[in-house]
Design a protein around this ligand. Sequence first.
Ligand code: G3H
Ligand code: 13P
Ligand code: ZN
Length: 343
Amino acid sequence: MAFFSMRQVLDEAAKGGYGVGAFNVNNMEQIQAIMEAARETKSPVIIQASRGARSYSQDKFLYHLMLAANELYPEIPLVMHLDHGNSVETCKSAIDLGFTSVMMDGSLMPDGKTPASFDHNVKTTREVVEMGHAKGVTVEGEIGVLGGVEDGHGAGGSGLEHVTDPDQAVEFVERTGVDALAIAIGTSHGAYKFSKKPDGSVLKMGVLLEIHKRLPKVHLVMHGSSSVPKELQDVINKYGGHLKETWGVPIEEIQLGIRNGVRKINVDTDNRLAITGAIRKVFAESPEKFDPRDYLKPAREAMKKVVAERMVQFGQAGHAGDLREPVSLAEMAKKYAQAVVGV
Ligand code: G3H
Ligand code: 13P
Ligand code: ZN
């Protein structure tokens, strides 16, 4: 079966009132962990690769691993998405490779660090929407800027520096025609999001509710949505790691978002923590071991457990069967041309 477009999966999620996790990958074990979790929970899923992931893996490797995933798990609706594309060219190269969905993150300049002007964001995102929709590919845009830096990507600083302005969100959607809208509500990429359990002063769920009220039909995306559970931090620290105390986004806040238009939830850090903890445990408890499978297997299992838990919490579990066949990209392109895409 072909990959699904993200638009088809998010439209279905909107009908069912659930969210879909978008999990980052760099290698085979992470893809396997996600697919096993999806099979166990009967979930549709979005797998995403950042620019860093594409260069780490020589993206052709990643692409062919994704084809294998699709072949081996035919009952799982699977989207292949580019995370945080920094330019029109990056998005084009992902589309040319076979991604069925791309994010044009025009909230930052192509250096991936400097906050961009609204006009730059609109112009580049609109260009990607025109290019993507002509091929039936889904396009996510971002308005407002997240905190933190991942793999050289991000403006740094606190997540509160560039919280999304709801007026701008409305204008951005009107002028770009994006399928999904990432908003900034105080979260950051990475493990260090909040110094205590976040309340409304730092995690701006009110902004999300306001945007949903103004744009009730738009699929909202929450980035930086790892929950950074204490149990995962503890495993790392118990086996020689040094993570400072930190808090992520509580699951109940994500669920509040899902009840208010959030359809895609980006999670990377929680999986990184699970993998690292599992590997550290093997190294600490069995220092004589040197076969990579001895630590990659538990790492894969630890990630699968986190992903399966999120799939249940986001509500996508049990919904794989809602999406029987992918609408082909050619068909999606026709629908965009006729302006008949949507729920
Ligand atoms: O955008 C953030 C994701 O966690 C991807 O991170 O750019 O280090 O691959 P990365
Ligand atoms: P986390 O770092 O919270 O997992 O966020 C990942 C993300 O937003 C990827 O785009
Ligand atoms: Zn992100």
